[in-house]
Design a protein around this ligand. Structure first.
Ligand code: HEM
Length: 572
């Protein structure tokens, strides 16, 4: 009698594992061959930071290597490129080992990391050759493509309508400045009653209030007052909707609404759907005003991103309609935004503009607590601008008159942006093979290769910044006045400052963020000094600031810094 052989579960598992390893091995060797053909240094990693598994293990690795990071050693080699946004904590360790530009390969694909300013400049300016990677940006499209995620003709359409709202000429940055000053003064009044409980939380609330007014035309006052303000037809106040949406942004972007609703994050879904309702209602009201011919009347009033985008979209639609009226060609797209497109862009302002700015201000505060000399010089320079304003009979500083005078503060801000860049990697992808020139040698990057430009790799590079780890505001005030510098200087630097990206897809909100950062510190440091709370281990705080981040969506300092404010003795 013959016996039939039945494979055990174990042997099936072994065969499956063997097959998996074989496929992975083949894919890895194919990717290595492609990467080697570029002539660049090739580094192999088990996982790339873009892979889901890498993103899942990142928090564990962060916890596991906390002591390693604390010692200022960056990430261990074996897992470095698996860590999502590894590059800030690592600074230049990887680049010192493998060069300013190298290719990292896993079975899944390859990423060319670069800390070379010339290459960065080239890549950021070749908008059709290097685009944003779709898989990374798709998540930012809860309403469809927007100015931050679209490419090609779709992008040109979005930028034509949205970019004008951000220009100085439209008054948005004056509004940001004035509202930041007003909100900071309100905070100072609160703080004068007793030491602040959590300065960072207050700063987050302030930043939210600024984007709420400048972005959507809604003034936010004290949290307790407005949280109860719920109009008929709504379930929560506008304040609660916008603040919970920003708090739970990641969950909102990652999980579908139905799942959030039945999860412990039900609050997030409620906030998002209510904010959606508020904003749509505001967009419709704005559109109606324009259609009723009331738009002209409100032009003199202070304008915000929402009404400017609705107006510019309406005007573009009218123009296009006139142009095609004769043809009656239904296939031609009218160049006005749909309501979803307006929503998509407003949502991206909230996403791109809130956390980045709040974290930059938080970094600025911690740096000041660490550096008493810098604090002193900054306060003196700000005091002299205040004295000048007072001598001119002004009670407050203004964007128009004082921004360009606050040179030392401007330098401090740009040093903060350089050392703590909110977005650590500018991520691009080439769909077809592309030639790049690195130190006069030509290299062909294969189709599908990602090019990740490392802001820390460039910003901490001695080639571009003398004594790069030093925060020296003076670097920024060499010759020109700050106002011109604000618009132009970083552009002249050709890839050496990546905080706001550059070239074709530079940040639209850069001046918005600058106005907010400068107004906040000009108002705060006029009256207060920032210090650490008693009992802070200053050297540990320095290490925590330099080597660790809380690894959220954008770069953020660890949460535990305890700050306190001391009234300045001689405020002008
Ligand atoms: C310190 C604060 C800020 C930093 C560090 C920052 C940084 C950046 C960076 C690096 C990019 C390019 C991202 C990429 O290539 O994918 C970007 C794009 C963008 N930012 Fe900002 N940003 C800040 C504030 C703001 C503010 C306040 C707003 C609006 C209110 C804003 C709106 C945008 C938009 C709309 C884009 C997309 C531009 C495009 O793709 O053409 N940002 N930002």
């Amino acid at each position: 009698m013959s016996t039939m052989y039945t494979p055990s579960a174990m042997s099936l598992l072994l065969v499956a594992t063997g097959a998996f390893l074989l496929v992975q091995g083949l894919r890895l060797s194919r990717n290595i061959a492609k990467a080697r053909a570029t002539g660049l240094r090739v580094v192999v990693t088990p996982l790339l930071e873009t892979q889901v598994l890498a993103q899942l293990v990142t928090p564990f690795l962060r916890a596991l290597y906390s002591t390693h990071l604390d010692a200022g050693k960056g990430w261990p080699r074996w897992c470095r490129f698996m860590i999502k946004d590894w590059s800030w904590e690592d600074k230049r360790f990887a680049h010192e080992e493998y060069g300013d530009t190298f290719i990292c390969v896993s079975p899944e694909g390859m990423i060319c990391y670069s800390a070379d300013a010339a290459l960065a400049w080239d890549v950021m300016n070749r908008r059709y050759d290097f685009t944003k990677p779709r898989d990374k940006y798709k998540i930012l499209e809860p309403y469809g493509p927007n100015v931050a995620t679209a490419e090609g003709a779709e992008y040109r359409f979005h930028v034509r309508i949205t970019a004008p709202a951000f220009s100085d000429g439209n008054g948005i940055n004056n509004l940001v400045w004035d509202e930041t000053m007003r909100q900071t003064r309100a905070l100072l009044r609160e703080w004068a009653k007793g030491s602040p409980k959590d300065i960072r939380e207050d700063v987050n609330a302030l930043t939210l209030a600024v984007i709420s007014l400048a972005g959507f035309g809604r003034k936010l006052e004290s949290v307790t007052e407005q949280a109860k303000d719920i109009p008929t037809g709504y379930k929560i106040s506008f304040l609660r909707a916008i603040s919970d949406t920003t708090t739970f942004m990641l969950a909102i972007l990652v999980f579908p609404a139905w799942l959030l609703r039945i999860s412990p994050y039900a609050k997030a879904e409620l906030a998002h759907s209510q904010l959606d309702k508020y904003l749509r209602q505001m967009i419709r009201a704005e559109k109606k005003k324009i259609e009723d011919g009331l738009g002209e009347e409100t032009k003199g009033a202070r304008r915000n991103l929402l009404n400017m985008v609705v107006e510019s979209s309406y005007e573009a639609g009218q123009e296009e309609e006139k142009r095609h009226a004769a043809e009656r060609d239904k296939s031609v797209r009218k160049h006005a935004f749909t309501e979803d497109e307006v929503m998509g862009n407003l949502f991206i302002y909230l996403l791109a503009g809130y956390e980045t700015t709040a974290n930059s201000i938080a970094y600025g505060l911690i740096v000041l607590a660490l550096e008493p000399d810098l604090r002193q010089r900054l306060s003196e320079s700000i005091a002299s601008v205040w004295s000048r304003a007072v001598a001119q009979g002004r009670k407050h500083l203004s964007y128009q008159d004082d921004f360009s005078e606050l040179q030392y503060l401007y330098g401090f801000m740009y040093e903060t942006f350089r050392l703590y860049p909110g977005v650590t990697l500018i991520t691009k992808l080439c769909h077809q093979s592309q030639e790049v020139l690195i130190e006069n040698t030509s290299h062909i990057l294969p189709a599908g290769c990602r090019v990740y430009l490392s802001a820390p790799g460039v910003h901490y590079n001695e080639k571009y910044w003398e004594n790069p780890t030093e925060l020296r505001p003076e670097r920024w005030s060499e010759s020109r006045k700050a106002a011109t510098v604000a618009a132009d200087k970083t552009r002249q630097m050709r890839g050496t400052l990546l905080t706001f990206s550059d070239g074709a897809r530079v940040c639209l909100g850069r001046k918005f963020a600058q106005a907010e950062f400068m107004a906040f510190f000009a108002a705060l440091l006029h009256e207060y000094e920032v210090c650490f709370a008693e009992g802070t281990d200053v050297e540990q705080a320095r290490r925590d600031l330099s080597w660790k981040s809380s690894g959220k969506v954008t770069l953020a300092p660890l949460q535990h810094f305890q700050l306190k404010l001391k009234r300045r003795e001689k405020a002008a």
